[in-house]
Design a protein around this ligand. Structure first.
Ligand code: GLN
Length: 278
C-alpha cells in the first residue's frame, strides 16, 4: 500500500485526469537545431525548449529505460514537458551537474533549470524564479538500526555527514547546523553518497525529503526528520534574469497544474514509481 504524502493522496482521490493528459502529449524530441540553445530558444513560439537538470534526483528527475522524454522521467520532467507542449515547443533535456545549473541558465546555455531547485536569495541574484510548485525540507538518511541520530544537533556529535555539492543541504549542514568541516563529505550525486551510509563510511546524508525517502527505500536505510531544525523549502523553475516571456509561460502552466491538482497527482505517481512508501 503506497500512500506517500498523506495530504496529497487525499486531495487526489478523485483526480485522475492528468495521467491521460500527459500520456496524450505525444511530442517528439526532434533534434531541431543542435547548435545549442544560445540566447533564448524559448523567446520564439515553437522551436526547442531546453531544460537543464541533474537527473539523479528521484522522484523529480531520473534516468530510466522508457522515460517520458528520452531516457528522462520524473515530476519535473512531466511539468517541463507540459510547459513545452502547451507552447508548441519541443522539450530537450540537458543532464548536468547540479552545481552548474545556475551558470547555465544565466549564460543562456539552457532556457530553464527544472531540478527540484529551492528558491534561495543567493540564487536569486543570478536567475529569476517562477512561482513555486513544491514544498520540501531536508531529512537525514541513516542506517536502519541507527539509534544515535535523532535530531540535526546529533550530527555535531562527531558524526560523519554526507551532502551533495551545491545543494541547500550542504549550506544547512555547513552553516546552519555547523557540522565540523572535517566531518563533511561532499559528492556530486545523492545516489552515490547514500551508498556510503549503507557501507558504514558515513553516519548520515542530509538531502531533500522526497529524494531521501526514495534513496532510503531503495537501499534499506531509514529517514530521520527534524522539522525544527530543517525549514521548509520551495522548489521553483529558474530562468535567465529578465526573461519574462518564458517566465509567464511557465507560471501559466504551473498555475493550471496547481489548480487542477495535477502536480500533487504527479507527486503521488512518481513517489510510487520510485518506491516511496509512507
Ligand atoms: N532542493 C535542493 C537544492 O535546491 C536540491 C536540488 C537537487 O538536487 N536537484 O539545492
Amino acid at each position: 500500500m503506497k500512500t506517500n504524502f498523506k495530504k496529497i493522496t487525499a486531495v487526489l482521490a478523485a483526480a485522475v485526469l492528468s495521467t491521460a493528459v500527459l500520456a496524450s502529449c505525444g511530442g517528439s524530441d526532434a533534434p531541431a537545431t543542435d547548435s545549442n540553445a544560445s540566447d533564448t530558444a524559448a523567446s520564439t513560439n515553437g522551436g526547442e525548449l531546453v531544460m537543464g537538470t541533474n537527473a539523479a534526483f528521484q522522484p523529480f528527475e531520473y534516468v530510466t529505460e522508457n522515460g517520458l522524454v528520452d531516457i528522462y522521467d520524473g515530476i519535473d520532467v512531466a511539468i517541463a514537458k507540459k510547459i513545452a507542449d502547451e507552447n508548441g515547443m519541443t522539450l530537450k533535456i540537458e543532464d548536468m551537474e547540479f552545481d552548474g545549473l545556475i551558470a547555465a541558465v544565466s549564460t543562456g546555455k539552457i532556457d530553464m533549470a527544472v531540478a527540484g531547485m529551492t528558491v534561495t536569495e543567493e540564487r536569486q541574484q543570478n536567475v529569476d524564479f517562477s512561482d513555486t510548485y513544491f514544498t520540501a525540507s531536508q531529512v537525514m538518511v541513516v542506517q536502519a538500526d541507527n539509534e544515535d541520530i535523532k535530531t540535526a544537533e546529533d550530527l555535531k556529535n562527531n558524526k560523519l555527514v554526507g551532502v551533495v555539492l551545491g545543494y541547500t543541504g550542504d549550506n544547512i549542514v555547513t552553516d546552519t547546523i555547523g557540522v565540523d568541516e572535517a566531518n563533511i563529505t561532499r559528492a556530486n550525486r545523492g545516489i552515490d553518497i547514500v551508498q556510503d551510509v549503507k557501507n558504514g563510511k558515513l553516519d548520515a546524508v542530509v538531502i531533500d525529503s522526497a529524494t531521501g525517502k526514495a534513496l532510503a527505500e531503495a537501499n534499506g536505510l531509514k529517514v530521520v526528520e527534524d522539522p525544527e531544525a530543517f525549514d521548509s523549502e520551495e522548489y521553483a523553475i529558474a530562468v535567465q534574469k529578465g526573461n519574462t516571456e518564458l517566465l509567464d509561460k511557465i507560471n501559466k502552466v504551473l498555475a493550471e497544474m496547481k489548480a487542477s491538482g495535477e502536480i500533487e497527482e504527479l507527486a503521488v505517481k512518481y513517489n510510487s514509481e520510485v518506491g516511496i512508501e509512507e
